[in-house]
Write a protein that binds this ligand. Structure first.
Ligand code: SF4
Length: 338
């Protein structure tokens, strides 16, 4: 059981995210009973709740069994001794959990399913591209649907993308769907003196696409000593203006030993909110870049899928597609360990 006072105490330092991510005691009084009801239902249904770091803080800190990025959460799902997985994120992340956990029910509570990146390409698009480029190895970012993964040779995460592309025993790579991450791969391969012919799809994450080098220059000028951390879904210009680049897990790890007094996090503002809770003495500069899909998850939605899930809330994947998508993910595990 959590009280409104305990919730307020936990979340009172969150400021990034505007009024929707601020926690006066009155708001905590409304949230605490919902949180407690979710905990009761979770026990009744033997459910595990996985929450992406970009989701609202009351969900991250109120009900999550595990919090992290899509890859880490899917691995958590494999280890959890639960009948039901509630994946509080966006649908393609639930797909990955279902690919890895076919015997478990995977429920997605998000009221607004989507993702500008994953939605930029379909399995049919990949099939057409493969017919046009038969001698290319198709590498997909983990932010893709099961159908897209089923057509690709190997999957990557933002944490292992550079190393896997370098290790692939081919010079011809088609990377999809993130154009900006693809441009970053091309720059990184140049830096590593690795020669690869890399073709790209045109998808982008609308949150990370929004950052630009001029904004970083301005914030450095107005906040001397600030350290800038960026996610590889940002443009090469932004990464070249940043002090550290990494996946959300790598950014969190970096912060554990970082020495600066103020930081600019160039990723969805849920990560800054998390850090404001966990590092209340550190200053985070900048406004919120919010993912409307991630923030569409609410405690009410989670309660609803636990109490009386509808067919639309379940992740269903054709077994043939799942097997092929699994092969694509297993190839990633293989290369990551090489
Ligand atoms: S932050 Fe970007 S990649 Fe992540 S779910 Fe939102 S739109 Fe998709």
């Amino acid at each position: 059981m959590i009280t409104a006072e305990q919730l307020h105490e936990k979340l009172k330092h969150v400021t990034i995210g505007g009024t929707s991510c601020q926690y006066p005691i009155e708001k905590c009084e409304e949230l605490a009973p919902l949180i407690n009801r979710v905990h009761e239902l979770k026990k009744e249904k033997n459910a595990v709740i996985l929450v992406h770091s970009y989701v609202s803080p009351e969900i991250v800190y109120g009900i999550a069994d595990y919090t992290g990025d899509s890859y880490a959460l899917s691995k958590n799902a494999m280890e959890a001794d639960a009948d039901v997985i509630v994946f509080v994120a966006v649908k393609f992340m639930g797909d990955t959990a279902k690919i890895l956990n076919p015997q478990k029910d995977v429920l997605i509570p998000a009221g607004l399913n989507g993702c500008s990146l994953a939605d930029s390409i379909t399995g049919d698009d990949v099939a057409k591209l493969k017919a046009q480029h038969p001698d290319y190895t198709f590498v997909c970012y983990i932010n893709t649907t099961a159908e897209v993964k089923a057509h690709c040779d190997v999957c990557v995460t933002s944490g292992n993308v550079y190393d896997i592309v370098e290790k692939l025993p081919t010079n011809k790579i088609f990377f999809l769907p993130d154009k900006l991450m693809g441009l970053n791969i091309i720059e990184e391969m140049d830096r590593r003196n690795v020669k690869k012919d890399i073709k790209l799809w045109h998808g982008t994450c609308y949150v990370h696409e929004d950052y630009n080098p001029e904004m970083i220059d301005y914030l450095r000028l107005t906040n001397p000593g600030i350290e800038v951390l960026a996610h590889p879904e940002c443009s090469p210009g932004v990464l070249n203006h940043s002090d550290f680049v990494g996946s959300t897990s790598q950014l969190l790890n970096y912060m554990e030993t970082a020495k600066a007094e103020s930081f600019l996090m160039l990723t969805e503002c849920g990560l800054s909110s998390r850090l404001q809770v966990e590092m209340p003495n550190v200053k985070f500069v900048g406004s919120c870049s919010m993912c409307k899909y991630m923030k569409a998850n609410t405690l009410e939605d989670i309660l609803r899928v636990l109490e009386s899930p509808e067919e639309k809330d379940y992740i269903r994947i054709d077994e043939n597609v799942r097997q092929k998508a699994m092969n694509c993910i297993e190839k990633m595990f293989e290369y990551a360990e090489k």
